[in-house]
Design a protein around this ligand. Structure first.
Ligand SMILES: [Zn+2]
Length: 335
């Protein structure tokens, strides 16, 4: 199994400009009160990382109850909105509209340079090595029609499917050869590459997503995901103080091993696990500087107070190298 590191610098403000991100989070807070304050409509779930039923709430965030599984270490919201309620929320809430129309649109150029280009290199490399005859690409929960267009420009794939897309109203940005499927994954062993970028965190049931991926992929087909992971530095150190624990965007922040175990159990062999995240150290440092009173271990405070940018950069590299960053990418091959 391989693992890669990225040495390029990325600033959080490149992809999440603070003012706009705060505006989004404020809308999210108001909208979740409006949509989900009736707790009788929420569904209690077992740990989505290992199905342990005994985890209890550990902290609250904007009205949602976050649990940390005492078996696998995954962070998750329970009780949570149903699949239908989430879809309605992402499509119609002011936060959902702001995210598509302003936040993602305004950061598109930077995302293309700092995120999409890496993804395309990743996909190109995987296909070349493991699935050279691949032609059919499926993107689950598509949020970036522009990414699909950039991928189409590589000429690798001849057809694209977008399942349960979230680009409502931006269909004209898609390449021409994309077919969309709204409700359920209707594919049966005919997909060469099944991708789920930043989706595991948002779905009602990650297990159901992995099951659908397994049913859709042909033997030898690839399943690739990117996700936040609770095993990483940012979430381990900050927990509820992480500015990126926001619901319902992050209902599931699964531990690294919980992700790989579930993917394997769904019928895949893991071929790559990397944590190419470039932001953990910057995020933790910034949270500490803005709020020096947070319960942060004195060792981290010492580092932030007494070491320079070079040391922090090397530390982020270390996190990548040993799969300890909070952003993971996994590639697996269907058995
Ligand atoms: Zn668990």
């Amino acid at each position: 199994m391989k693992s890669v590191v990225f040495l390029d610098d990325l600033k959080e403000s490149d992809i999440r400009p603070e003012k706009m991100y705060d505006e989004y989070k404020e809308l999210l807070r108001q909208d979740t009160l409006k949509y989900f304050s009736d707790h009788s409509l929420l569904v209690k779930v077992a740990c989505p990382g290992c199905l342990n039923k005994n985890s209890k709430g550990v902290f609250k965030k904007d009205g949602f109850n976050y649990c940390i599984c005492d078996k696998c270490g995954s962070f998750f919201v329970s009780p949570r909105p149903s699949d239908e309620a989430l879809r309605d929320f992402y499509k119609n809430s002011r936060a959902g509209i702001f995210l598509r129309k302003k936040f993602l649109t305004n950061t598109l150029e930077s995302r293309s340079k700092n995120i999409f280009s890496y993804r395309i290199q990743w996909i190109t490399g995987l296909v070349e090595e493991y699935a050279p005859s691949a032609k059919v690409f499926l993107d689950y929960g598509t949020r970036y029609p522009t990414f699909m267009k950039e991928l189409d420009n590589t000429g690798i794939f001849s057809s694209f499917f977008s399942v349960k897309p979230e680009y409502f109203g931006q269909e004209d940005l898609l390449p021409k050869n994309v077919k969309t499927a709204e409700a359920k994954c209707i594919f049966k062993e005919d997909i060469d590459v099944f991708a789920a970028f930043e989706i595991v965190e948002r779905v009602f049931s990650p297990r159901e997503l992995f099951r659908q991926a397994s049913a859709a992929c042909r033997k030898g087909g690839l399943f690739i995901i990117t996700s936040a992971t609770s095993s990483g530095f940012e979430y381990q150190v900050l927990k509820e103080h992480s500015p990126n624990i926001i619901a319902p965007d992050r209902l599931n922040i699964l531990a690294l091993e919980a992700l790989t175990n579930q993917i394997e159990k769904s019928g895949f062999e893991i071929i790559e696990v990397s944590t190419p995240g470039r932001l953990d150290v910057e995020i933790v440092k910034r949270v500490y500087e803005k709020n020096p009173g947070i319960p942060l271990d004195s060792f981290w405070k010492y580092i932030f107070n007494n070491r320079d940018a070079n040391a922090l950069h090397s530390f982020q590299e270390y996190l990548q190298q040993f799969r300890l960053s909070s952003h993971v990418r996994i590639a697996a091959i269907k058995k």
